[in-house]
Every structure is written in C-alpha cells, then in structure tokens.
Design a protein around this ligand. Structure first.
Ligand code: GLA
Length: 691
C-alpha cells in the first residue's frame, strides 16, 4: 500500500484503487492481470467536463449523488426534510494486498461508509461491498443503495453479455453492444428470478476473445445491474439491491452491510471468465465440494403429484438397478397435495399414500442402496391449508387489497420471526424424524404484495426474507452436515452467489428437453460451476422440447454437471436400461474430472460444433462431452469431413491417447478432436489420457 493508492492481488489479477488529493471519493486506477498498474491508468479522465461534474466522468468506485449528480449514483440518501447530496470525505484505510477497507464520512449527516474489498483466496474474483454506519442523530432514508460501481475500459465500444430467460427457458446467453443510454437487468420479484441472471460481463467490442470483466451478485432478493458507457469510452457497471419495498431506513447508531458483488477478470474472454467463476464457486463450496453429489433419480416427471409407495418403489427398484445412488420423492407426498391447489404448509406425510408408514417406505429405498431425498417448498402456503386457517396473517399482504395467487399459492413472510421458526422447524423436523440424505428446496412463486399486515412502519421485507432464508440454510447445513441441499425455484429462479455458497447444487430449469437444455446449460456454465448444475435424463420427446434426441445425447448432456434421471424408467426396455447402466457407470468414473476440472466451452448450442472440455487439475485426463446440435451448415454433413473440436489449455508437446488413437496437444488445439456425426450418432463422451 502506498500513500492513498492500494493494490489488491488475486491469483493472476490485481485491482488498484486510489483516493485523489481532494479526498471526495475512491477511484479505480486499473483492474487486470498482475502488473497492469504499471503504465498510465486506462480509466483516468482529466479532460474537460462541460455541463457535467468531474465525478460524472471519474472512475468512482462508490458514488453518491453528490459525486455523480447527473450520470447516476450508487448511493442516494435523504434526510427527513428531503435534503440529499451526502458527500464523502476520506477518513482512513487499512488492509493488505488481499483485503482493503477504506472509510469515508459525511460531515453533515455523520454517515460513514466503509468500502470493503477482498480477493477470495486462489481466485481472480474480488469481492466488494459497503458497510454504512449512521453515526449521526437523524434517521436517514436510503433511496438507492447499490453495493458497488465497476469501471471497465471500453475505448472502442462496450459489448455486454447477459442472461435472460423465463420459466423453462432460463440462462439464455445473449450479447448487446452498448450504445448511449443505460442497459439494465434485474428482478423485482424478491428472488433473483427467471427473467435475468444476476451476472453481467463487459468487453471492449474490438477485443472479442481478450480481456473481459464480469460482475455477479451474492443477493437472493430483488436486484439490479446496469451498464452505461460514457462518451469518453468508460463502461460503468453498477450492481446491488433493488429496493422494491421503498427506501431503507438507517436509524441513528445503526449499521448496514450491503450485499457482496463479485468482480471477475480474465484475459480469455467469456470462456475464461467462466473458469474464473468456477474456481470461485468451488471455493465457496469449501469442503462440501468433496462430497459426492449422488447420481439421483427424481420422480416428478414420472408420477407428478400422484405419488404413492407402490409407484415410487417401482421406480426406485429400476433406478437402483441402473446405478442411481439417490432416490428423490418430489412434490405430492404430504397431506392435501393432490394437485397444485392444496397442501403447502401442512408438511405431514399423507398416510394414505404410504400405507405401511413413511419410515418403512424410506427403509425399503435405503435397503436398495439408495440415499433417500425429499422435496419441500416450505416458504409457500396453499390457501386451503390448515396452516393458512391458523395463521392467515403470516402471508405477505397489503391491508384492504386483494392477494395475488401464483400457482394457486401464497407466500409466507419469512422475515417474521415466528414464520422463520416455523420454516426452520418444519425442515429440521423432517430431517430429524426421517432418514433423509438429500433435500430439494423449491420456491414456486415470487412475492407480489409488498406488505406485512399490522405493521406500523415500513419493513425491509426483501432484506428480512433473504436474511432468514440464508440463516435457515446455514443452520440446516450445520445441524445436518451430511444432507445435500438442492436449491430450486420453479427451475433456476433462485440462482445467485449467496445461494451458491449455501446450497450444494441448483436445479437450473424444469426444461430437460435436449436441445433447449443444451442452451440452458451453456448459459449456466458461463456463470456457474459444474458441481452446481443438476441435470436429468428424461423421456423423449419430452414435456417441453419435442425435438427428440438419442438416449446417448440426453445422458451426455446430463453428465455436464451432476447427473440425474427423471424419465419414467418403469417403461424403459431392457436395452434402454442396459444403456443407462453403462452411461451411469462411465459417469461415475469421470465425475471427479467434471466436478473439479478446468472447463472450456467449445462452440455453442446454435453452432455447428458444441462441446464442453473438462481437464483434470493434474492435466492427465481430458473429458470431452460433445453434441450434434442438428445444424446442417457445418462440417459433418455426409460425406464430409468430421466436426473438429478445438481443445484448449493442453501442453503442445504432450501426447494424449484415446483408444488406439494418439494426438499431440498441438494437434488437438490447432486441428481439433474429430467427431463424425450422423443422424443416429448425435453425442459423444471422449476421455483422453495423457501418455
Ligand atoms: C417446480 C420444480 C419442479 C417440481 C415442481 C413440483 O416446478 O421446478 O422440479 O419440483 O415444482 O411441484
């Protein structure tokens, strides 16, 4: 650390910030590979700013409306009389080359802001957040309270990558060239949501595969990320909470930590950024990465709500036979749950569906060698439930206004202490009473009504819900360390870095149709590691994407992360079961490489070549999963030459074997691994061993 300039170092990345002489803000000097700070700052601006202020152009890290009155601020604070323009004066800085804390204070209100930075060990991800402390004697209203601004040099144009979606079509990776104006994605749903992923990448448009920067949020509620390129060529990304419930109040003496926003840098474009996120999320998983996520069978697509011991045991027997390791009973096992109109809230086993008792049923599953898993959706409530009859005031509602049903259900106000206790004790009780090793925690409706009946003052409903959700997950992980937790929200509606740190795996989409799923997983893996990607083999043609693909295609696709089966395997032929058995056995051999390997995303779902390469940490094993996308505009058309998959990150002189065939690393990268598609042969799993 030098006088008012500090450099933080990650694995290959450094991030340098400074407080200018006037002391009114912290600004970026450079963000890039080690050594990037030597040379003129790519983001500094000293030119004229007619009709704007210097702060509107400066690469400010966390701007109030006093600093950036026109171009947009991260923090807007209002006093009771309506006054705004909180203004910083530098106080002090502490830290080392891994973490930094720079404090500013506002003379008028006594508001302090600690700008916090931390490089997660062994990664190229800098975590940023701000801690506010009201040291004055007046309550302050936070009208806008984002977590961070990130400044990215884009002298030739800003190219933004983002992911949009909807239910059954999440994680659609798309790109836009920033013109003038603001590009914003977000959610006002009280969850990250299906519509956009809290992740955004920026590159200079003249540099498609070179330096790339991305941000992602660790916030499981409403959020916003926006990108704006100024006329001087700087793209500024602002990320943080979206205050759907109105301004937050910061009472005298009160402190507030805003959510972490993570910033990633890679020299290797979007594909390189994916690896940076993967390393980071493996770190978030900690030693829970070591636990094997079981090959599971989930009965949802086979039996829907019509769960009973007979059909589940029949499915479980076949699942065990083909090599599954866990059996998950999805929705429909509890009283009053015959369709989506009832039952939520009354979390007791429907004895009529398990006439010999639930524990005897679980014991039978366990006797087949399977871990038992169960679906829950504990934050939701059916109006017809007993719970609702007893506690109608537990749901979000605005006095005097109609309540909105989504999927025929209401939402519990998890921010209330008694509701949080109910939700925790419900799930904890199930885990204590029964032999459960896998939990699928679902959430099938966003919050619509921003109200708590009877509340006398404004409540930060979003913040309270998220805080209690995180706390309950943490308690469950602590008290039931062997239970694997899958986070789901009608598919991928609750996927963010805070959940990646608390859940073991995500259910990214209800859509398992092969070609749709290929696109969903392609987007997902750009922002999320394979250990978080739950994927099932389902029947073809399936519920969503009617374009059939071979069983091989569906298996290789589901192997890209954590393999599961969701098909109605009771009806599978002996040949299909044998094929499934062989795929599952192969998966078990390679899954460690999938979970820990260095990922390279090759091509994409709308290109003639589409594959994912996983290289084991020691470089000795390379697993390539490849799919025929059905595009007829590339090589592979009979009788043409095969598709070539360019592999990355291999030693040029190293030799890799696949059966009798040998390839040099140079050949695999410059010429590519050949794959010959035909109508019948539409997927490949290739394992290369370094000689
Ligand atoms: C959601 C989930 C599905 C399934 C159903 C059950 O849609 O995403 O996987 O669990 O709920 O109702």
């Amino acid at each position: 650390m030098s006088n008012r300039q500090w450099t933080l170092r990650g694995e290959h990345t450094e991030y340098t910030v400074a407080v200018p002489d006037h002391g009114r803000w912290l600004e970026l000097v450079s963000w890039g590979p080690h050594g990037v700070a030597q040379g003129p700052s790519p983001v500094a601006y000293t030119g004229p700013t007619p009709f704007l202020t210097a702060g509107d152009y400066a690469p400010v890290e966390y701007a109030t409306d006093a600093v950036r009155p026109f171009a947009g601020a991260e923090l807007v604070v209002e006093l009771p009389n309506g006054d705004r323009r909180v203004s910083w004066a530098f106080q002090e800085a502490t830290g080392d080359d891994r973490q930094l804390r720079v404090t500013f204070a506002d003379r008028v209100t006594g508001l302090h802001a600690e700008h916090r930075y931390r490089f997660a060990a062994g990664t190229d991800v800098v975590e940023r957040w701000v801690e506010l402390h009201n040291t004055g004697d007046t309550a302050l209203r936070l009208v806008h309270a984002a977590s961070a601004g990130f400044n990215v040099p884009t002298p030739h144009g800003g190219r933004v990558s983002y992911q949009w979606g909807q239910w059954a079509q999440e994680f659609q990776l798309d790109h836009v060239d920033l013109g003038q104006g603001r590009f914003t994605v977000g959610s006002a749903q009280g969850v990250p949501g299906h519509l956009f992923v809290p992740w955004l990448a920026v590159r200079d448009s003249a540099d498609e595969t070179g330096p790339a920067w991305a941000v992602a949020l660790a916030w499981t509620g409403s959020w916003e990320i926006s990108a704006q390129r100024d006329t001087g060529g700087l793209t500024r990304v602002t990320a943080g909470r979206h205050l759907t419930d109105g301004p937050l109040t910061l009472a005298p003496g009160e402190k507030l930590a805003l959510p972490v926003v993570a910033g990633a840098y890679s020299d290797e474009g979007l594909d390189g950024l994916a690896r940076v996120w993967h390393t980071y999320q493996r770190g978030l998983a900690g030693d829970r990465l070591d636990r094997v996520r079981p090959v599971l069978y989930n009965s949802w697509e086979a039996t829907g709500f019509a769960v009973d011991a007979g059909n589940q045991l029949a499915l479980a027997r076949t699942a065990a036979e083909i090599g599954a390791e866990a059996f998950v009973v999805d929705d429909g096992w509890f009283i009053g749950r015959h369709d989506d109109r009832g039952g939520l809230g009354d979390w007791s086993v429907d004895d009529a569906k398990f006439p010999d008792g639930f524990d005897a049923f679980i014991a039978e599953i366990r006797a087949m060698g399977l871990t038992f898993g169960l679906w829950v959706e504990p934050e939701c409530i059916s109006p017809a439930s007993q719970l609702y009859a007893e506690h109608p005031d537990w749901v979000y509602a605005v006095d005097g206004r109609p309540q909105t049903l989504v999927r025929n259900q209401l939402l519990l106000d998890l921010g209330r202490l008694e509701v949080a206790e109910f939700v925790h004790s419900t799930v904890d009780g199930l885990l204590r009473r029964h032999d459960i090793g896998y939990l699928k925690w679902d959430f099938n409706r966003p919050r619509t009504e921003p109200g708590r009946p009877g509340a006398v003052a404004r409540v930060d409903l979003d913040g309270a819900h998220v805080a209690n959700l995180h706390r309950i997950y943490e308690q469950l992980r602590r008290d039931h360390p062997d239970v694997i937790i899958e986070a789901c929200a009608g598919g991928g509606g609750r996927t963010d870095l805070a959940m990646a740190a608390r859940a073991d795996v995500f259910w990214p989409s209800d859509n398992t149709g092969p070609l749709d799923r290929l696109a969903i997983q392609h987007g997902f893996l750009h922002a999320n590691a394979p250990h978080l990607l739950s994927s099932w083999v389902t029947d073809a043609p399936g519920l969503f994407d009617p374009r059939p693909r071979s069983l091989a295609f569906r298996f290789v696709l589901a192997m890209a992360g954590v393999l599961g089966i969701g098909a109605d395997i009771r009806h599978w032929s002996t040949e299909q079961r044998a094929e499934a058995n062989a795929w599952i056995a192969r998966y078990k051999q390679i899954r460690d490489v999938i979970m820990r390997g260095e990922v390279h995303l090759i091509g994409g779902p709308d290109q003639a070549r589409c594959a994912v390469q996983y290289t084991s940490p020691d470089g000795a094993t390379v697993v390539v999963l490849a799919w025929h996308t059905g595009r007829l505009d590339g090589p592979g058309l009979l009788p043409s030459r095969p598709v070539r998959l360019p592999l990355r990150g291999l030693g040029h002189r190293d030799v890799y074997r696949h059966g009798e065939q040998q390839y040099s690393g140079s050949h695999l990268s410059a010429v590519g691994l050949p794959v010959q598609w035909t109508a019948e042969h539409d997927a490949e799993l290739i394992v290369l061993h370094r000689a």
